[in-house]
Write a protein that binds this ligand. Structure first.
Ligand SMILES: [Zn+2]
Length: 111
């Protein structure tokens, strides 16, 4: 299972993404750590244009807010569901595979 690594402050345990060098909260050192992979859809858009022939359209480009921390958000694709069924606030889980270009892939959470 591939993990999603996010920079985490060694001093205050704050998650920082995108990586910023030092912790913006306390200036502490950041270390990439795996996150749980649980999150919710913060916002999303459905792409109908075949920019990349390897990806079947339509597909969902989303900003996923990770459960680890309020405001900790990553760009991702949502798969394994109808694009019409995606909603803001929908719980999603990280999938083991990565998408084309290395984007994390999430699917609707089964909890
Ligand atoms: Zn810190």
């Amino acid at each position: 299972m591939s993990q999603l690594l996010i920079e985490n402050c060694a001093a205050c345990a704050r998650w920082v993404h995108p990586a910023a060098g030092d912790c913006p909260g306390c200036g502490g050192r950041l270390i990439a750590r795996p996150v749980s992979g649980h999150g919710t859809v913060f916002t999303y858009t459905v792409n109908y244009h075949p920019y990349n022939p390897d990806i079947v359209t339509p597909y969902v480009i989303a900003i996923v807010e990770l459960d680890e921390q309020n405001g900790l958000r990553v760009a991702a694709n949502i798969i394994d569901c109808e694009p019409d069924s995606v909603t803001c606030g929908m719980p999603v889980d990280l999938l083991p595979q990565r998408g084309s270009g290395g984007a994390p892939l999430f699917a609707p959470a089964v909890r």
